[in-house]
Design a protein around this ligand. Structure first.
Ligand code: FAS
Ligand code: PHB
Length: 395
């Protein structure tokens, strides 16, 4: 029994970028939502995650009226560097895609912008919502319950959007006879460091090396983001700053390594890598979006950008339902979203295979990896393929 009862049109589980963006877009179209977030706002904003936005996501943020700071502080990048065992190739994204680019702007800042926009529109985002449960999803009026401050509240709604990430509760509500998970877990992780130092290069550098993968990224001209591939069993305590910088240098082309400016890490974390897709992405009145439905290894910078295309499809489907009583978009959502998800899964897997050292790889695998890079370096068509995937395939 609930102590309190609320009603809304769409109950959104998860106050990360997916949930907040969906809430903002629906609100702008007159559709009420309530967002339930398990953590505090400070905790959500303390997480350091994605850094590269496709133009499709930028356009969606403009539609959500939260792109002002992004345009002021974000950096447009027309190219990206792919290095491999000391060789280097600049992939001219803009030239190869007739002008498309990516924007470098941290997910943390994007989430902050979304929170502030929700506040400005009196959006309902309930933090520290514990024990979220979803009920009667196969009825026409499902409801969600949660505990907070010693009270249980029930939110009666028309639909539930599961935007609660890979470890959320929503996906588990798909009946066992319906859900089809697809997964590949990689035998390594990424150790990431944030440092208040000037980035080593103007554009991102993805580097494959016998010692393992490395990535040079950035958040601004005085805030750098670096990653090195590390064994899954490693802990943060195994990695002093000096060890990190030495390892990063050893994996970069010499001229780049010589220009690296190091400094104390202000954030250091290890993330596991997996490819994961849940089919279908909807069941009855429940719709999954973002990491709740799929995960990609961050090598292709697709995680956050896939959440965006899910939200693009889902928000329009809800608008069609509420404005025109048209359920077509909702019925087509899963198939439409999955078509783009799987293409990004392929690209992220391909980039990961190309640039990482796999513990079990044979001499043949090593030659194939080298030839993959040699082909990329020698083929305009291969570079076009990389560029069109990296800037983002059409929605
Ligand atoms: P999120 O996981 O961001 O948000 C889900 C929210 O739901 C969280 O705030 C969580 O607290 C909340 N939640 C969970 N369970 C709940 C429950 N039961 N009740 C209520 N709320 C609940 N992508 C890139 O493109 N590049 C990267 O470099 C990159 N690095 C990453 C590093 C890490 C450690 C992780 C985990 C992901 C990374 N990603 C990266 C992917 C990431 O950016 C996601 O794609 C993005 O956060 C997806 O956003 P959401 O779908 O909103 O999921
Ligand atoms: C980042 O800046 O955190 C980042 C950029 C590109 C990636 C992954 C992470 O592919």
């Amino acid at each position: 029994m609930a102590d309190k009862r609320l009603t809304t049109s769409v109950a959104i589980i998860g106050g990360g970028p997916s949930g907040l963006l969906l809430s903002q877009l629906l609100h702008l179209n007159g559709i009420e939502t309530i967002v339930l977030e398990r953590r505090s706002r400070d905790y959500v904003l303390s997480r350091i995650r994605a850094g590269v936005l496709e133009s499709g996501l930028v356009a969606l943020l403009e539609e959500a009226r939260v792109a002002e700071r992004l345009h002021r502080e974000g950096e447009k990048h027309g190219g990206v560097e792919i290095a491999y065992r000391g060789e280097s190739l600049r992939v001219a994204l803009d030239e190869l895609t007739e002008g498309d680019v990516v924007t470098v702007y941290g997910q943390t800042e994007l989430t902050r912008d979304l929170y502030e926009a929700r506040d400005a529109m009196d959006g309902v985002v309930i933090h520290e919502a514990d024990n979220v449960q979803l009920h009667e999803l196969d009825a026409t009026s499902p409801f969600v319950t949660f505990d907070r401050g010693g009270e249980t509240t029930a939110i009666h709604c028309d639909f539930v959007a599961g935007c609660d990430g890979f470890h959320g509760v929503s996906r588990s509500m798909l009946p066992a006879e319906i859900i089809r998970p697809f997964e590949r877990v990689y035998p390594f992780g990424w150790l990431g460091v944030l440092s208040e130092t000037p980035p080593v290069a103007d554009e991102l550098i993805y580097a494959g090396h016998d010692r393992g993968f490395a990535l040079c990224s950035l958040r601004s001209r005085m805030l750098s983001r670096y990653y090195v591939q590390c064994p899954l069993e490693d802990n943060i305590s195994d990695w002093s700053d000096d060890r990190f910088w030495d390892e990063l240098r050893s994996r970069l082309p010499t001229d780049v390594a010589n220009g690296l400016v190091t400094g104390p890490s202000i954030e250091k974390s290890i993330a596991p890598l997996r490819s994961f897709v849940c089919e279908p992405m909807s069941w009855k009145r429940l719709f999954l979006a973002g990491d709740a439905a799929h995960i990609v290894p961050p090598t292709g910078a697709k995680g956050l950008n896939l959440a965006a295309s899910d939200i693009h499809y889902l928000f329009r489907a809800f608008v069609d339902f509420y404005k025109d009583d048209d359920e077509g978009g909702l019925q087509a959502y899963s198939e439409k979203a999955l078509a783009r998800v799987w293409k990004a899964e392929r690209f992220s897997w391909w980039m990961t295979q190309l640039l990482h050292q796999f513990p079990e790889s044979s001499a043949f695998d090593q030659r194939i990896q080298q030839s993959e890079f040699d082909y990329l370096k020698s083929s305009h068509a291969a570079q076009v393929a990389l560029a069109e995937n990296y800037v983002g395939l059409p929605y």
